[in-house]
Design a protein around this ligand. Sequence first.
Ligand code: NDP
Length: 256
Amino acid sequence: MYMEKLRLDDKLAVVTGGSRGIGLAIAEALGEAGARLVLLDRDAASLEEAKKSLQAKGLSAAIHIVDVTVSAAVQQAADAIAAEHGAADILVANAGIGRPPVAAEDIEDADWLAVNDVNLNGVFWCNRAFGRHMLAKGGGAIVNIGSMSGLIVNRPQGQSHYNASKAAVHHLTHSLAAEWGARGVRVNAVAPTYIETPLIAHAEASGLAAEWRRDTPMGRFGQAHEVASVVHFLVSDAASLMTGAVVPVDGGFTCW
Ligand code: NDP
């Protein structure tokens, strides 16, 4: 009974920012559990690459080119996917961006707006568009990819735009969970620590990585698959009583 709850057979799972990094690992995890996959990203070539890499693992995925910051395009994608494959059962709002470290007083307007546009607005447009279809059919599971940066303030680097955007994602998750809980749509978030993807590749050379490891009880960064397996749990029936949770996946970082 318990292992069966982790199966996602025939569920339709949409993963934004699904062409690499954490999003691609999530797609693989959900696909391996039986879900039908749709990857959303803004670059056609990387989507094709991702599709091929999943195919090499015996998984198939449909792809959809969407910039998550364009709300009308996100709604169009949700409608087109519903028309072609049926309404999504699962949404993982993963697309997100960072910016190089910068002191708060030096943040350019354009960087503040870009980070919040993808990380917060994009997450909301996706939750709203796919959530509408889930509400209409009376069920669904959403996981938003937040960050431990929405729970603590990273040090020593300045990244207040990113931190604020992720804290907003967490509270958006609470808000949607509260509104949609009685209508069958669960909304949770994960808050990962530093995960070894291109997003943090700059940190090894700059020496920041060593400091970050010292700040982590487990003494290491995470791997994308370690986030993916928690997302898999949260979207599955094994987490049927969970909504509005922000789950740290952080090697203990937020303990200190
Ligand atoms: P990556 O940069 O490796 O992947 C992000 C993906 O999202 C890319 O494919 C990117 O496409 C896509 N994307 C970015 N902007 C948009 C957009 N406007 N519309 C559609 N797709 C877009 O990042 P990670 O895998 O590392 O991060 C995934 C999520 O996890 C993010 O939300 C991030 O904030 C969060 N996270 C990451 C951590 C880490 O240490 N890596 C730690 C905690 C949270 P493109 O190539 O075109 O930019």
